[in-house]
Design a protein around this ligand. Sequence first.
Ligand SMILES: Cc1cc2nc3c(=O)[nH]c(=O)nc-3n(C[C@H](O)[C@H](O)[C@H](O)COP(=O)(O)OP(=O)(O)OC[C@H]3O[C@@H](n4cnc5c(N)ncnc54)[C@H](O)[C@@H]3O)c2cc1C
Length: 268
Amino acid sequence: MADTASLPIVVPSRPFSRDDKHRTPRTSRTARNEKPAANGHPLTACGQLVVIGGGAAATAVLHQLAKDAGFRPETVTVVDPRPVGFGLAFGTTDPKLRCNTSVDVTALHRANRSDLQCYLAARGWPVGRSDFVPRALVAHYCRERFARAQRELKARGIHMRHVAARAHTVRRAHHPADRYRITLSDGSALEATDVVVAVGGDQPLLPEVLREHADHPDLLIGPYPTERLRALPGDARVLVLGSKLSAVDAALVLCRSDRQVTLCSPFR
Ligand SMILES: Cc1cc2nc3c(=O)[nH]c(=O)nc-3n(C[C@H](O)[C@H](O)[C@H](O)COP(=O)(O)OP(=O)(O)OC[C@H]3O[C@@H](n4cnc5c(N)ncnc54)[C@H](O)[C@@H]3O)c2cc1C
């Protein structure tokens, strides 16, 4: 991704309501057909909205916009090479990998802070309010809420589509000047009046010292998909660079046999 600095909307990648400091973007109306976005710019009335990324943050934005009768874009296009609703951290299907937020504070919108808990209870999952569920369940929840937003928009005549590609660049179009041109990994391009960037952390950046080994079969860039970790021999000695959330995921998956795992990080 490049040239995102001057985009009209930048969505904070904290889609879940945890406390008042971590609010999802405001979408209340300020003028006819105009909404303030996260950085204060209004969405263009009857424009073409392109959402780059289709994970939890994108779902939170679309979920809120779909409920806003004043939101009347001509088109909504979600660009993500992955299926919508999953994202990187919640897209893992490994049941060992759980949320670090309990269900009663995990929700795509502030109005119902226990929305995940309600979603799970309605489907027969016996969850208590302080349970930490497998992250894959959050992906199911996000997917369902994404589909609901799509239905709600469709009922109002607004078509939302998913383009399975990676956005490469976002630039101001030469003509008309109030538009953006987004080039995609499949060689095509999209035009937009408004762009939401919700790409999350995506794949980790390889430290410079390791770049020359990027193609080495013994070097795994990131723990996902975790099948690659599970496929390592039972007596493997694994060095995990990093010690935070995804490093803990790697250790949890690897420690199921006699493998030796060492986490290494300049931070505690
Ligand atoms: C191991 C781990 C555990 C976590 N556990 C929790 C938790 O328990 N509770 C919690 O609230 N948060 C948790 N988080 C944080 C969590 O990742 C975020 O809350 C949430 O996933 C962020 O949503 P997002 O949409 O910004 O990113 P993601 O959900 O990662 O979605 C980003 C999407 O953007 C797409 N994308 C990336 N680049 C491009 C591009 N150039 N073009 C098109 N699409 C692109 C990706 O394919 C992806 O689908 C965890 C994070 C990690 C790493």
